[in-house]
Structure formats: structure tokens, C-alpha cells
Design a protein around this ligand. Sequence first.
Ligand code: ATP
Ligand code: MG
Length: 306
Amino acid sequence: MIYTAGEMLAEFVSHEVGCNLQKTTTFSGPYPSGAPAIFIDQVARVGGDAAVIGSVGDDPFGEMLRARLDGDGVDTTHLRTSKTLTTGTAFVSYFEDGSRRFVFHMEGTAADDFGPCPHLPHGSTLHVSGASLGNAKIRAFVEGLIAQMKGDGTISYDPNIRPELMKDRSVRRAIDQIIRRCDIFLPSESDIAALYPDKPAETVINDLLEAGKKIVVVKRGAKGVLGSDGSDLIRLQPNVVEEVDPTGAGDCFCGTLIGLLDQDQTFREALTAANMSGALHVTRRGPMEWNPTLAEIQHHLEIETA
Ligand code: ATP
Ligand code: MG
């Protein structure tokens, strides 16, 4: 079973580029969101055994999140409904250069309210989404889950570094510990720049594989992907698409990769599918409005090679 734990959010996306969340303008939403939610939904969409650990409020946003995850086949046994706290929310606005600005409401909402740490069965995979680690309660909960695994099972880690968070000593310590502990490391190019300044991605991949990681992949947005499982370094060109909304592409990519590796696809097959799923993901507005199924991914891969 593949588990993830963290913030479940309802997200609102501005239509007006550059509105900077300060102008009254048109938004779409609520969308089900939160990096862990996007990831685990995608694991289920490609047919993987997926389970989520988190909380929603007893409100319409919580009902929406639960319905989407349940509907896509995620095990929601460990998705709690808080009777007192509302579902966490996020608002996002894009700028001309592709950068984003967010307003999150997580602290003190159901998003960072966890029950007791569940026991993960022998051989489980735990995926850690780094965006959550800036929140002290989520960080402590995830660290508890990792400690409980005691070297059993697989840990995959997508750092999603926000530079301002690196300045917080406890966050930095948690990041360094998870990098040491994880088996599968899935940073983006900007994560590599923040963590290993001036070190080329190829060198980072080789060094980490030598240090014992099973798989290291560097996500490169519209430039594709680079990764290795200890054999050849695989560089995949991007699938050419029109980008509408990049949020969640990395989580979708990771969900496809981990979900397919768990179903015994080869590293190259899983990486190729993940590269396509990330490309498809960015063509629709909303953080998980196009988490493609395996059949949809394969259909688009066939069109590419035809
Ligand atoms: P985020 O943290 O914003 O969800 P990320 O930085 O972790 O994203 P990206 O590198 O943006 O991850 O996207 C993950 C993968 O999705 C890329 O490595 C690539 O395979 C695919 N992808 C993303 N954007 C595009 C794009 N514009 N065109 C083609 N493929 C893309
Ligand atoms: Mg990312």
C-alpha cells in the first residue's frame, strides 16, 4: 500500500494573470487540492493501492475532497472529519513569468489536525510531500510516521522547497533527515538549486545513488525529466503541450511514478508515463482536474509515437 499524510485543501485559482490576490476578479474553485491529496489521487488513478492520512472539516469542502478521493479509489479509512475545524484552503494567482503567489489557511484548520499516528503495515511505501514540512504539526506527524517505519518499507520524498522555509532550523533539519532516510528522491530543478547550489543535476543524481538511494529523479517542468535507478541515466524530452495551470504537475508526476513502480513497471516505463502525466496535467486549470488514468496516459503516449 502507498500512503501519504498531510494537508487536504480546497483551492481557488484566479483567472486574471497578475491579479496578485489583491484585486477583486474571477476565480475558479473550490477544487480538491493539497500536494498530498493530488499525489495520492494520482496513485489511485493509475491503478495503485493508495491510502491517505489527513483531516477535513465537516463542511462542503471536506465533503468534496472525500468524494473525489473515494471516487478515484483512494482508501480514506485514515481521512478524519473534524467536528470543530473547517477544511483548509488555498488561493493562488499567477504572474506573466509563470511564478505564483499563494495564500494558505492551514494552521488551526482541519489541514493540520491529526489523530493518533496509524501503524503502516510491513512493506508499505510512504510518500512525503515537502510542502507540508513548513507546518510544525504536519512536520511532527510525518516525522512520527517515518520513525515508526524503522527501516521497513520505502520512503519517497518530493522536497518542494520554499526558500524562506530553509531558513527555519527545524524545517532544515527535517529536510536533511528525510533526504538521508528516503529511498526514492524526487526533487525539481529548483529544489536542486536550493539544496545543492552550483551542483549540476547529473552530479547530484550520481552522488545520491552512490550514497544508497534506489531512485533519484529531477523534474524539469517544460524541459522534461532526468533520472536514474542506478543503471543508465535516463533523460526524457518534454511532451509538447500548452500550459494552462502548472500547479500540481510535480505531485501528479510523482503519483504516476510511484503508483506504477509499485505495480512492477520498469523504471523507464514508469518514468515515461510520469513525464506524460505531468504534461497532460498542466493543460487544465485546477490542481487535480486532470490526474490522468493509466489508459489516458497510454493513449497519449501512443499518439506521440505514431
Ligand atoms: P509543482 O511543485 O509546481 O507541482 P514541480 O516543480 O515539482 O511542480 P514540474 O517539474 O513542474 O514539477 O513538473 C513535473 C513534470 O511534469 C516535469 O518533469 C515534466 O515531466 C512534466 N511537465 C510539467 N510541466 C510541463 C510542461 N509545461 N510541458 C511538458 N511537460 C511538463
Ligand atoms: Mg514540486
